[in-house]
Design a protein around this ligand. Structure first.
Ligand code: NDP
Length: 795
């Protein structure tokens, strides 16, 4: 094409980036990569290899080792061996290594960018200008956190050996998001890249060698899903961090249940991109391009559901179509293309099949008039209109360049449509009215809310999901907790803490009622409720004395309680100050009845009055603590690198199930229920099974303290039975369990269906009287989740 012709058509000529250095890197390994274990390149025990290809050309780039169980063992052993030294060198030396990694990545940034584009098929423009700068920034930022660990996070310590499994859509970026915080906090890692895109991880291994990172701190093992599963199952791995499909996330949740392994999951999404009628539509169009055609739509937080206010829908669709017509698709190394190839043939088929299903289900398909290159795995940008909210393409993650559009009339409807998904990774809100944007952002169930922007990331801001998009955060201080454990956890005991007994305790063997002689009801939706089954359970004291009876709650009672909790929408929306007022009121009312509650404890436990009074007094003190924290456990404004104010706000989890410890009948109840409601959750509580009367007496306190109906619901009965119903319930968002090891395992197993946030004790006991074990910000953190709201500023 002549310059004059180019000038006349204004079309782009090819602008290829050279692949020479990347090819040289591949050749330096003779295009056959070993595993990186203990700082060395090691042949796979199986001697089996698989190929990685360039999806734009289908050319084989290299052969990659298939790690089997023996190799996984070797890598985990190396990481375990490296751990003590890595911990003992301290924050500053670790910071220096992270800083060196950042520098080295920056120095080789173009090589990384080219290699990533070759292996993944994504445009060089994106790897060069987005992926790799974010990777370097991540290591710099976490070099800082490494330095600060023992001062800023002094109550915490490293978790140990971390198994990390990453996907193919942002290979090096996902590596950085996993490795940087892990090693900064003093852990060692074994990382498995995705089978389609292992090359930049292997180049990163070379960088680790170059900077002299101690052997075994980072190990990279390549392979398929089976290699990942072996890593997940390995007994010496203390935590799994996974990014990938919700399906595999659930498999991993179940596989790690009851093992005590820490777990963070960053899974799929179907994120809403909401456009209000006053939005700047030209900016919106560019936003849409970034939301769904960035990385060919293979982005977990892609704005794949376009929700447009009806009054502007047709105008916006017209503009989007015009823009789609001008998008350029082609070889990833061409600097002037907008879209490259999708990662693999199987991915292309998934996209094609789902698009066909969209057409079959009656939605209207639109694609640009141009055609894709014939050789690689290309798929054109695609827009669906006339989509119904329940259709497959509106619900399923397509993970390709396919946008589905729906319209709404009112703000309320926009929120409803946005939340009509099992996922909750991100949302993007477009309006020129900041009041409206900030009103909508907290109402969307998602871990990130971008206002008038989309797909912006930074190491200083946490990223992660609500609901089935997984749990845990990556980035920001909130992400560090995923790689730390409270030091106090080492003090938890295998046996319940003993309480001081009455000196002259005599068993009352005549079986006669001893003081209580009544049957308590349950407490649901602010009212005392009879059990659905009509049964009650006899409660005896530790001496075998008959104390009274409690209602035997069943599945139906739990369902009623969950429904009541959902019906109460007022509590979460209250200000911290308003919640604090209610909590203080609870404490005041408990203080008035101090002796009565202590008496009840004495009746149930036969402990002496002084220690019972201590339990009541600590309970009152604890309610004061959480009342005080209700408006002080607040968020942060993160210093992200873009021109953004990034608000990290702790939000309620939603409806939580709380299964109280059996011991410390009053204090165990207070220590778990009060922090949960202080953060705005509505709770369904199963109190101590053998000593439920402290909780049932508490109804009167709740009734007289302005606690809204449905905020605290109490169902008495069998802990095992009721906790399982709660763990399986799809409308319960989180669950805390303080009971047996076996019970903890069941909770983690059963919670996988809707990916509840779980906190279980694996049979360990806390001394609830001890502030360091029974109170603190750990409880508040577990009762909330961080939403990062990005608000851009400037022209
Ligand atoms: P997977 O979830 O299968 O893969 C992610 C990673 O997990 C890969 O390293 C994979 O290995 C590994 N893996 C697979 N099975 C297991 C297992 N049982 N135990 C441990 N690790 C395992 O995603 P896919 O690559 O198969 O993509 C499928 C779909 O997942 C996509 O269409 C998309 O919808 C979604 N996805 C979401 C991502 C996100 O960021 N949220 C990222 C990637 C995909 P291997 O590569 O060898 O299979």
């Amino acid at each position: 094409m002549k310059i004059k012709e180019i000038y006349e058509t204004m079309s782009y000529g090819p602008a290829p980036e050279s692949a020479d250095e990347a090819i040289q890197f591949l050749e330096s390994h003779k295009r056959e990569f070993k595993l990186f274990i203990n700082g060395k390149w090691v042949k796979p025990s199986s001697n089996e290899y698989f190929e990685t290809i360039n999806p734009c050309t289908k050319e084989v780039l290299a052969k990659i080792s298939e790690a089997n169980e023996t190799d996984v063992n070797k890598a985990v052993t190396a990481a375990k061996k490296a751990l003590p030294e890595w911990v003992s060198i301290g924050p500053h030396k670790r910071a220096r290594y992270l800083y060196a990694l950042a520098r080295q990545i920056q120095k080789h940034s173009r090589l990384f960018a080219v290699l990533e584009s070759l292996d993944n098929g994504k445009p060089i423009r994106e790897t060069r200008d987005i992926d790799i700068p974010i990777v370097a920034r991540h290591f710099y930022h976490h070099a800082g956190w490494a330095q600060l660990r023992d001062t800023e996070l002094k109550d915490y310590k490293e978790v140990g050996v971390i198994g990390q499994i990453i996907p193919w859509n942002f290979p090096l970026m996902m590596l950085a998001w996993k490795i940087a915080p892990a090693i900064a906090m003093g852990n060692t890692v074994v990382l498995k890249p995705a089978e389609y895109t292992p090359l930049t991880a292997l180049l990163f291994a070379e960088i680790c060698q170059q900077i002299g990172l101690p052997n075994g701190v980072v190990n990279i093992i390549t392979g398929h899903g089976k290699t990942g599963a072996t890593l997940v199952d390995h007994k010496e791995v203390n935590k799994i961090a996974f990014t990938g499909s919700t399906e595999v996330g659930k498999i991993i949740r179940r596989a790690t249940a009851g093992t005590g392994k820490k777990l963070s999951l960053e899974l799929g999404g179907k994120s809403p991109f909401i456009v209000f009628e006053d939005a700047d539509l030209d900016s919106v169009v560019e936003g849409v391009v970034d939301a769904i055609w960035f990385n060919q739509g293979q982005v977990c937080c892609a704005g794949s559901r376009l929700l447009v206010q009806e009054s502007i829908a047709d105008k916006l669709y017209k503009k989007i179509k015009a823009r789609m017509e001008t998008l350029r698709i082609g070889n990833a190394l061409d600097k002037s293309i907008d879209m490259g190839a999708v990662v693999a043939k199987v991915q292309l088929k998934i996209i094609t099949d789902l698009v066909k299903q969209g057409v079959d289900e009656g939605s209207t398909l639109w694609q640009p008039s141009w055609t894709c290159p014939k050789v690689g795995y290309y798929y054109p940008p695609t827009l669906f209109t006339d989509v119904t909210p329940s259709s497959t393409i509106a619900q399923e993650e397509i993970f390709g360049p396919v946008l589905v559009a729906m319209s709404f009339r009112s703000h309320k409807e926009a929120v409803k449509l946005a939340n009509n998904t099992r996922y909750g990774l991100a949302c993007s809100i477009w309006t020129e009215n900041i009041n409206l944007a900030l009103d909508i952002a907290p109402q969307i169930k998602a871990g990130t809310a971008w206002i008038n922007c989309t797909n912006v990331f930074d190491a200083a801001a946490g990223f992660g999901g609500y609901r089935e998009s997984g749990f845990g955060r990556e980035g920001g201080i909130e992400g560090l907790y995923e790689y730390l454990k409270p030091k106090v956890d080492d003090l938890l005991s295998d046996k319940p803490i003993k309480v001081a007994k009455k000196t002259a305790a005599k068993p009352n063997s005549n079986g006669q009622p001893n003081g209580i002689d009544r049957t308590t009801k349950m407490y649901i939706g602010g009212k005392q409720a009879r059990p659905d089954g009509g049964y009650s359970t006899v409660i005896k004291s530790e001496n075998g004395d008959y104390l009274g009876e409690v209602s035997k709650g069943n599945r139906k009672d739990i369902r009623n309680a969950v429904e009541a909790a959902h019906l109460n929408s007022s509590w979460e929306g209250k200000t911290g100050h308003a919640k604090a007022q209610v909590l203080y009121y609870i404490a005041e009312n408990l203080a008035i009845r101090r002796e009565e509650f202590a008496d009840r404890i004495v009746q149930m436990t036969n402990q002496n009055m002084a220690s019972a009074l201590e339990e009541v007094d600590v309970s009152i003190d604890r309610i004061y603590y959480y009342a005080a924290m209700a408006d002080k456990y607040d968020g942060k404004v993160h210093h992200t690198i873009h021109r953004n104010v990034t608000l990290a706000m702790p939000e309620a989890i939603g409806v939580m199930g709380i299964i109280c410890p059996n011991e410390s009948s009053l204090l165990g109840f207070i220590s778990t229920v009060i922090p949960a409601i202080a953060m705005g959750n509505n709770v369904v509580v199963v109190p101590s099974e053998n000593m439920p009367f402290s909780a049932t007496d508490f109804y009167q306190i709740l009734e007289t303290s302005d606690v809204p109906a449905g905020t605290v619901n109490i169902v008495t009965g069998s802990k095992d039975e009721l906790s399982q119903v709660l763990a399986k319930h799809d409308d319960v968002d989180g669950i805390w369990y303080f009971g047996t090891k076996e019970g903890s395992k069941n909770i983690e197993l059963l919670s996988a269906d809707n990916m509840k946030r779980t906190w279980v004790n694996y049979g360990k006991h806390r001394n609830w009287l001890d502030k360091t074990q029974g109170e603190g910000t750990t409880f508040l953190r577990k009762a909330s989740q961080i939403k990062n709201i990005w608000i851009p500023y400037g022209e």
